[in-house]
Design a protein around this ligand. Structure first.
Ligand SMILES: [Zn+2]
Length: 295
């Protein structure tokens, strides 16, 4: 398998289609998320894992204008986390990303502690149709790997193994990535057993990625299982916000409220939650916006 560096999703299958495998590296996008949101290590790990799983869902979508939004409300101190993927373009936000909590007894970052595990996750797939697909389930652990596996199994009736990992040191993301394995209809007992036997190898995905490129890991993990590369998709942190979108948001608050902002004479400043870009509107720009909407 040809080796590419950088963030990318490998879409593969095993044994002539008995199982689907997605393996990705998401180091750079996790670093970008950390830098934009000035997130602490534990919060970086949380949003990195969330973006990695959301990228998997995003890459599975077929149509050009399809996108997926994952919302996690776990009741923990990070509040609500939201990640959106337009295929390989992913962005993320959370209420609170400056949390410092003690590491767990096993030395790992306490992602479940900052996300919480008393709540729900929802997956909204915008398929470009009138009604989006909405899947919901209870959070199991807040660690996200198990939660996404549970989501696939419960909401999409697709048993899945999900491994998500972010290795972070201070403000530096060393490696981030994820693995998804889904046995498909017709998967034999032998293949299932082989995957189960090998599952301990996938548990520490970010540490594995720190030792070897993803292509090498895939060849190693799935040796003898007729691994086939179907597709590769570049991944990146990307926010599609624009001044036009912010204008639409301003109009959406309603004519009366917009008029009262104009009457205040202070102008308006809107910030994007995903990339933290600030958009400033002067009073005369707001007046022109309101006038254009009245035509
Ligand atoms: Zn933005």
């Amino acid at each position: 398998m040809e080796r590419h560096t950088g963030d990318e999703m490998l879409h593969m299958d095993l044994m002539g289609g008995q199982a689907r495998v997605m393996l990705c590296e998401t180091t750079q996008m996790t670093q970008t998320a950390r830098d934009i949101h000035e997130a602490t290590p534990v919060c970086t790990a949380a949003v990195g894992r969330l973006m990695t799983a959301t990228a998997m869902l995003g890459v599975m979508m077929k149509g050009d204008r399809e996108s997926v939004t994952v919302t996690i409300k776990g009741g923990g101190p990070m509040g609500t986390l939201v990640a959106v993927a337009d295929h390989g373009d992913v962005r993320v936000t959370a209420d609170q990303m400056q949390l410092d909590v003690p590491t767990r007894e096993d030395g790992k970052l306490d992602v479940g502690g900052v996300i919480g595990h008393n709540g729900r996750m929802s997956v909204v797939k915008d398929l470009g149709l009138k009604e989006p697909y909405i899947g919901q389930c209870e959070l199991v652990s807040g660690e996200l790997g198990i939660d996404f596996a549970n989501y696939f199994t419960v909401s999409e009736q697709q048993p899945s193994l999900v491994s998500l990992g972010v290795l972070v040191k201070g403000d530096q993301v060393i490696k981030a990535g994820g693995l998804l394995i889904q046995p498909l209809p017709g998967c034999s007992e032998e293949t299932l057993e082989a995957l189960e036997l090998r599952s301990p190898m996938f548990a520490e995905i970010s540490r594995e990625l720190a030792c070897a490129p993803k292509e090498e890991l895939a060849e190693d993990w799935f040796r003898g299982l007729e691994l086939r590369l179907l597709d590769r998709t570049p991944l990146r942190y990307h926010c599609p916000c624009s001044r036009e979108r912010m204008e639409r948001a301003l109009l959406a608050i309603g004519r009366q409220d917009l008029q009262s902002i104009i009457d205040d004479g202070q102008g308006a400043e809107l910030g994007c939650h995903f990339c933290r870009k600030q958009y400033k509107f002067t009073t005369s720009e707001l007046q022109a916006l309101l006038a254009s909407a009245q035509v």
